[in-house]
Design a protein around this ligand. Structure first.
Ligand code: ADP
Ligand code: MG
Length: 938
């Protein structure tokens, strides 16, 4: 166990003798032994002993010592004023942090101040806005295992709650990767490979077994959401939800909550109450949504950038985000994370987007109104937890006040979703009026010091304030009246915070002081007095002021409670505003960037002039491309249509590096995904099927930035694809088979292609440098070849980024290397090697694979660009990558060149070489064959 957690060993020996304060610290560490305890001492949060050492090192603060009668303890203090950034550092280091605050006023107690853990900050249950990265969600997950796996997810800061169940650990990982939880707890019965299921970034711990028990879980779910059987499907789901709620309570320090050990957490501390803002649970069936696993989410760069070869792209969500408020931004992320499978629901969204796209005036008006919408989900969550201040309530009221205008804008809407929104957007008029009547327009941050409640709201309060006011006025007039009464012109009335009100008379005038003046304070040149009447007035002012402040606080809390009673309505409103915002945003993007309305539910993918939504924003002149996979018969019957008249559903895409293969494949996936999320798509026209899942496999060479061990991962992912893909899936294979020797890689690539073609029938795009694969595609009825055109201009290569039928005829690797700035001498040398190879090649050319040698040298140029020039120049880089051996003969040619063998290869060698079936050879077989050939040369 981590020495920074649990009761410090150093203190254990002295337990009986510890000072009262250290005994308190020790006890809290014992109770919260899975968290790092930060212990308030005045203006600091302190940690002691091993925890202090850890905190000091992580937060880069000074380690000091505390010394008392029992000994010396290492101590590290975090200033409370800017504790957030330090706490964040501790969370990043994988700790939970238990905040133990002083819960008594040190001025009012003698002896040691009582402290209690008021909250436990964990990566998944953060709520303070400082610690949350903007508008994004922050999930904590709970997993149980029974007949099925139960999964529950909760965003503590918004109250978003999801539950589902799935049949396998892989499916759990897939669902989790939609949400990317920062933290997870698992039930006692869970037995999964944590790293594989949750990923390395997630903090996973076991939690109190009882909380996951069926009965306890049922009770808890019922308390928050209603009857569990009605809401949830199956035992595992109920237990996951119950465990998660228990954990959420625990981190809030709520009464009745138990810690990880099952011990009740301090029952007296209940700053947050139960989590009543959680009254909406979304139970979903993964089968209702397109499945996007972690690999696809990552490689399509939906939510997070990944930098490949140093250049950073924007994410899809950034690119299509024109939302006006935080609610909308979160909903947009949710919709992209869970694209729909139901054609009616998808078309309903498209219908709304179409209407808004046609009507810029309404769209702009709505966007303007929505930009005044505060983050209602977070506001109402704070209200429910009793943490909202007066400004929060005013923000809520301000948001409610724009609802009628939003509804007006939707009054004539035809599209079903918009008409529904018009009918159901709830302005909560009484709630708004109540807040506006009670709370001042520009209230202070503090709710305990007055200035919060409006005049005229409460008679008693007004009376107290007017008593206070008239007392102050009386005192304001006192100076003039006392001067007149006493005849002392220099007499002054003043106030200090320590002594209160006084009348000051200079020493020269002391003779004139009347009888009823009582001495309060003696200064050097004057005396200060009060009169019984002044004292009375003063007391009256103070009493009224303090009573008024207290009353204001009570009134404020009453209003807040009233608002909390409407939490469910506010959440429903938040949800609708969020949907509206996304629809408006989709329409705005469609209008600004020329997206079209896709038809969905068809039999194949048919995209006219499709574009990559992200790349088109950064490229000056993006070249659109068509895609036809498995749709109607090919108009200009190219290389074969399938038996049923559909055109091929599998395309092998070839072309030199940088020609646009990866971009093209991703653009097809993103277009389908956007369509199913309800958005228009970047194309002239699109007729799309409903995909059940998008698979991506990005080859090793493209994944170097990810720093992952290549081949094994590649094959694992490939296995998943072949196992799980269906005829309704889209499979993108980008350079699969690069992680191993060419013969192996090609063999695998070929077998995969055949399997996807024969057994799966998935829509497939396969970008490859294995030119031999084009022959495989040409031979399969449902497969076709596509390639990227390139043209030469003045000896320079130009990428047209234009997709054409058939396999690539030539590649331009050397020119790419030259463009990339590889030294001219290396480029020249490469050109001459290429020419030699082509010459050698012509002798052994076999029909059906005209461009093999170019493909091979394309790879040479790749490595030349990637590695040091020296490696490439000595001619071994080609061999060492293993790729140059594509087709087997290039390396022969290089060797022949190196050995200065003149003339043609011996006929027998050439024949044997041509007869090798490289695609099916193992590396050992290939080496033996090579050795054999070499023998013959000698
Ligand atoms: P490949 O996978 O063939 O190596 P990429 O898809 O990575 O090529 O594209 C290389 C670069 O070319 C991209 O970063 C992009 O800037 C540009 N590009 C790709 N496709 C297009 C296109 N259709 N129109 C304009 N530029 C494009
Ligand atoms: Mg690529």
């Amino acid at each position: 166990m981590d020495a920074a957690l649990g009761p410090p060993e150093q203190m254990a020996e002295l337990e009986e003798d510890l000072t009262p304060m250290m005994a308190q610290y020790y006890e809290l560490c014992r109770q919260y032994d899975d968290a790092l305890v930060l212990f308030q001492v005045g203006d600091f949060y302190e940690a002691f002993c091993a925890a202090a050492q850890r905190v000091a090192r992580l937060c880069e603060i000074t380690l000091t010592q505390r010394e008392d009668s029992t000994g010396q303890y290492p101590m590290a203090g975090i200033p409370i004023d800017n504790a957030e950034s330090y706490v964040e550092t501790l969370l990043d280091a994988g700790y939970r942090v238990a905040i133990a605050d002083q819960v008594e006023d040190p001025d009012e107690v003698s002896g040691v101040v009582e402290r209690a853990v008021t909250r436990i900050v964990t990566p998944g249950t953060l709520t303070e806005s400082e610690l949350l990265g903007g508008a994004d969600n922050n999930y904590v997950a709970a997993l149980t295992e029974g007949e099925r796996y139960g999964l529950a997810l909760l965003d503590v800061s918004t109250g978003d709650c999801y539950a589902t169940s799935v049949g396998s650990a892989t499916a759990v990982a897939d669902e989790l990767s939609r949400f990317g939880p920062a933290e997870a707890i698992v039930g006692p019965d869970v037995d999964v490979d944590r790293d594989a299921v949750f990923g390395p970034a997630c903090l996973v711990t076991r939690y109190d077994a009882d909380a996951f028990g069926r009965e306890r879980a049922e009770d808890r779910v019922a308390q928050y959401f209603g009857p569990p059987e009605r809401l949830l499907a199956g035992d595992a789901e109920i237990r996951a939800c119950g465990g998660l709620l228990a954990y959420a309570e625990y981190t809030r320090g709520s009464s009745g909550a138990v810690g990880p050990d099952g011990e009740p957490v301090d029952p007296d501390v209940d700053p947050a109450g139960t989590l009543d803002y959680l009254n909406h649970l979304t139970r979903y069936d993964p089968r209702e949504y397109m499945l996007l696993d972690a690999v696809a989410v990552e490689s399509l760069e939906l939510f997070e950038r990944r930098s490949v070869r140093g250049h950073e792209n924007r994410t899809l969500v950034d690119t299509v985000d024109e939302t006006a408020c935080a609610l909308g931004r979160r909903k947009l992320t949710d919709w992209l994370r869970r694209p729909l499978l139901d054609a009616d629901r998808i078309e309903a969204r498209h219908g709304a987007v179409a209407e808004l796209q046609r009507d810029p005036a309404t769209r702009e008006a709505l966007a303007g109104l929505l930009s005044d919408v505060y983050d209602l989900e977070r506001l109402i969550s704070r209200v429910s937890r009793g943490r909202a201040n007066a400004r929060d309530l005013r923000s809520l009221a301000a948001t409610l006040s724009v609802i009628p205008d939003i509804r007006d804008q939707l009054a004539d809407a035809d599209a079903r979703l918009l008409a529904d929104l018009h009918a159901t957007l709830d302005p909560l008029t009484e709630t708004r009026e109540e807040i506006e009547a009670a709370v001042r327009p520009d209230p202070p941050q503090q709710v305990t010091e007055g200035g919060v409640i409006r005049e005229g709201y409460d008679e008693e309060l007004d009376r107290l304030r007017s008593t206070e006011q008239s007392g102050k006025e009386w005192i304001d007039e006192l100076e003039a009246s006392e001067r007149e009464r006493t005849g002392i012109d220099s007499l002054k009335v003043g106030h200090t915070s320590v002594h209160g009100y006084y009348i000051e008379v200079t020493n020269a005038n002391l003779d004139a002081v009347p009888e009823d003046y009582q001495r309060r304070q003696t200064l050097k040149n004057s005396e200060r007095y009060y009169t019984p009447e002044l004292k009375d007035r003063e007391d009256e002012i103070l009493r009224a002021e303090s009573a008024a402040d207290d009353l204001e606080y009570d009134l404020f809390c009453a209003v807040r409670d009233e608002v909390a009673d409407e939490a469910e309505r506010v959440q429903a409103l938040a949800d609708r505003l969020a949907r509206l915002d996304v629809l408006v945003s989709f329409a705005e993007v469609a209008a600004q960037y020329g997206y079209c309305r896709p038809a969905v539910g068809g039999d194949g993918i048919d995209i006219t002039a499709g574009r990559h939504p992200v790349v088109e924003r950064t490229e000056d002149a993006f070249v659109p491309n068509d895609t036809r996979l498995g749709s109607g018969p090919l108009p200009a019957a190219g290389d074969g249509a399938t038996d049923d008249g559909r055109d091929p559903f599998l395309a092998v895409v070839t072309g030199p590096n940088m020609s646009g293969k990866s971009t093209y494949m991703r653009q097809v996936a993103l277009i389908c995904l956007l369509a199913q999320a309800g958005s228009f798509v970047p194309a002239k026209a699109a007729d799309l099927p409903i995909l059940d899942r998008v698979f991506t496999r990005v080859g090793a060479s493209d994944d170097i930035a990810g720093g992952r061990s290549t081949f094994m991962i590649e094959m694992t992912e490939l296995a998943t694809i072949l196992d799980a893909a269906t005829a309704d899936s889209l499979v993108l294979l980008d350079e699969v088979g690069r992680g191993t020797s060419t013969a192996d890689g090609l063999a695998i690539a070929r077998a995969v292609t055949e399997y996807l073609h024969d057994e799966v029938g998935a829509y497939t795009l396969f970008a490859t440098h294995h030119h031999d694969l084009t022959a495989v595609a040409a031979a399969l009825p449902g497969a076709t070849n596509r390639h990227f055109e390139t043209s030469r201009e003045d000896g320079d290569v130009r990428f047209d980024h234009e997709l054409a039928p058939g396999p690539a005829a030539a590649s331009y690797g050397v020119e790419v290397a030259s463009m990339a700035g590889v030294p001219e001498s290396v480029v020249e040398r490469s050109r001459s090697l290429l020419a030699d190879a082509e010459a050698a090649d012509s002798g052994v050319d076999k029909p059906g694979a005209p461009a093999e040698s170019e493909t091979a040298t394309d790879s040479d140029a790749d490595s030349a660009a990637a590695e040091t020039p020296g490696t490439a120049e000595n001619g071994t880089a080609a061999a060492s990558t293993g790729e140059a051996a594509s087709g087997g003969h290039t390396q022969e040619a290089l060797q022949a060149n190196g050995a200065a063998v003149e003339g043609e290869l011996p006929e027998s060698v050439a024949e044997q070489l041509a007869s090798l079936d490289v695609a099916t050879m193992t590396p050992i077989e290939a080496m033996n064959a090579l050795a054999d050939l070499q023998d013959r040369l000698d």
